[in-house]
Design a protein around this ligand. Structure first.
Ligand code: HEM
Length: 193
């Protein structure tokens, strides 16, 4: 089943990224956290422009518009004291994952929608460590708040409806490759080697 396959295929990249991000560290500082937010902003802002411009939504019955995360990243950075000028001049990632087929869109969406799931732990840590709430600078990692589980299920149902057919092996392979590429481009952007 595609969801199991995606989880297995991206597990190593997920763990590596989780380890590299300072988010759950006991000594996480406000500066570290702002750097992480600015890094995510630099990736999500151009990625979501590409996503929203995609011609493939006609084939995929999924409303991404109100799932966009760039507004939350902006809101958090501004709440934490970043100036609008600094936000406008934040470096943006140019090496984004390819979104040239509906399957590539699905693989990319798996990663950015799945990323909302770690939110509960991260939100708790931001609260304990820095007294941050979703309203005061922690909205991006809070995902969709209480709706996170439900919205993940809606995404998974759409993914399954668009893939789960025996003859779709080649399509599934493209989805998995796109998910890996999304993890890889994000990791390379945040932690260049
Ligand atoms: C410190 C940072 C992170 C932590 C602590 C974390 C933690 C978690 C946890 C606990 C889950 C499983 C939730 C559940 O099964 O209910 C999860 C799932 C997931 N996370 Fe993360 N995560 C982090 C960062 C990220 C990032 C940066 C991405 C990608 C942009 C990401 C992508 C995913 C995906 C795709 C899943 C879904 C896996 C699946 O069930 O198929 N995570 N994460």
């Amino acid at each position: 089943m595609i969801l199991k396959r995606l989880k297995l295929a991206t597990n190593v990249r997920h763990s590596a990224l989780e380890d590299q991000l300072p988010l759950m560290r006991a000594n996480l500082s406000r500066e570290d956290y702002c750097r992480v937010l600015a890094g995510f902003f630099g990736f999500y802002a151009p990625l979501e422009i590409q996503l929203m411009d995609s011609p493939y939504w006609q084939q995929l019955p999924f409303d991404y518009a109100d799932r966009q995360k760039t507004p939350r990243l902006k809101q958090d950075l501004l709440a934490l004291g970043t100036s609008p000028w600094a936000l406008d001049t934040t470096p943006l990632c140019a090496a984004l994952p390819d979104l040239n087929a509906p399957e590539q869109l699905l693989g990319c969406l798996y990663v950015i929608e799945g990323a909302t799931l770690g939110g509960r732990r991260i939100t708790q840590h931001l609260q304990n460590r820095m007294g941050l709430t979703p309203e005061s600078g922690g909205s991006f990692f809070d995902g969709y708040g209480a709706q996170t589980g439900t919205r993940w299920k809606v995404f998974c149902a759409m993914l399954l409806a668009n893939t789960d057919h025996a003859q779709d092996e080649a399509r599934d392979a493209v989805i998995v490759a796109a998910a890996n590429s999304t993890f890889q481009t994000l990791t390379q952007w945040l932690f260049p080697t």
